[in-house]
Ligand binder design. Structure first.
Ligand SMILES: Nc1ncnc2c1ncn2[C@@H]1O[C@H](COP(=O)(O)OP(=O)(O)O)[C@@H](O)[C@H]1O
Ligand SMILES: [Mg+2]
Length: 303
């Protein structure tokens, strides 16, 4: 079997990008809703990741246009909208996965801790280490053992960890992904033998092993049964205590359950690019959205 091409492991030295400083206004509006997360105050809220007028292109075709969105620290932001409006393209451009497609490019900017992710000096592999990603279909290395999936990143193979250190890393990472108890007795068996839900948690573990700041998830539960979905949702709840999470979901209940903020994308007129229509605390977007198209989408009347 072939190895996955989208493995979110990275081959980079540590400390490639560090930083601070947020220098543009944030788009997450304040609300009086007590159920909503606090409004984002740029002077006091850390925002590890943001986009500035980000457009995404395939060749000359603009598929996402002009998105400025901030992802506050230790929160979950759900990206929602009808199929084809560019959610996957947008989320893949956040960690430079988009450019893996020949001819793909962006305009505008993406900033991680204030540093330009698309700067000429930025190393895309280092960026993907800081901004991990999990895909719709679980993509573990199927013939590698469960433990070796965690240690698969060249970042680790190069580190020459001792056996004890490796074992500790595998255990802590699998615990962090809520998978340890289920797999601890078969760490040396191939990952391909796990159930779909377990494979997805293994992929999350693999992303966590390199200690990212941000985790991107593109419809991570769409291939899973309800029980596995619930487990991933519980895991997202735990992970946001230490990570910033961006999740694409077509499941409105899921967006409402897991996210603090929601961003609604759509294509207003056929042939136009997808745009960000409205964003804010999830309770506001679902309870009293401003835009009639957001209202129609979240209430299930289109899309
Ligand atoms: N590799 C690609 N090459 C060219 N066009 C693409 C590619 N992937 C997606 N697109 C186009 O970009 C648009 C947005 O797609 P996508 O980001 O997958 O939307 P969503 O995830 O919201 O369903 C669609 O029109 C799609 O056909
Ligand atoms: Mg998609």
């Amino acid at each position: 079997m072939s190895e996955p091409t989208e493995a979110n492991v990275a081959d980079a030295p540590t400390g490639a990008t560090t930083g601070e400083g947020i220098d543009t206004p944030l788009v997450v509006p304040a609300t009086g809703d007590e159920a909503a997360p606090p409004p984002v105050d740029p002077s006091t809220t850390a925002v590890p990741l943001r986009t500035d007028a980000l457009s995404c292109l395939f060749g000359k075709r603009v598929v996402v246009e002009g998105v400025s969105l901030a992802f506050p620290e230790k929160t979950v932001t759900a990206l929602i909208g009808p199929s084809g409006c560019g959610k996957s393209t947008f989320i893949r451009s956040l960690n430079r996965m988009h450019e893996a497609v020949p001819g793909a490019s962006i305009r505008g900017g993406v900033f991680l801790h204030g540093h330009d992710v698309y700067s000429r000096r930025a190393d895309p592999v280092a960026i993907r280490r800081r901004i991990g990603m999990v895909f719709q279909r679980p993509n573990p290395f199927p013939t590698k053992s469960i433990a070796d999936n965690i240690l698969a990143g060249p970042a680790f193979t190069r580190l020459c960890l001792s056996r004890g250190d490796k074992a500790a890393l595998v255990e802590s990472t699998l615990r962090g992904a809520g998978l340890w108890d289920e797999v601890k007795s078969r760490l040396n068996e191939p990952a391909g033998g796990l159930s779909g839900g377990q494979q997805q948690r293994l992929c999350i573990a693999r992303a966590l092993a390199v200690e990212p700041d941000v985790l991107l998830m593109d419809e991570p539960c769409s291939a899973l049964d309800p029980q596995s979905t619930r487990r991933i949702e519980n895991l997202i709840d735990e992970l946001k205590e230490r990570l910033t999470i961006v999740i694409v979901t077509h499941n409105m209940q899921q967006a409402a359950r897991v996210s603090d903020y929601t961003a609604f994308f759509t294509i207003r007129t056929e042939g136009e690019p997808g745009r960000l229509i409205e964003t804010g605390p999830t309770a506001t977007i679902f309870g009293s959205p401003t835009d009639p198209e957001t209202e129609a989408y979240v209430s299930g009347r289109f899309g």
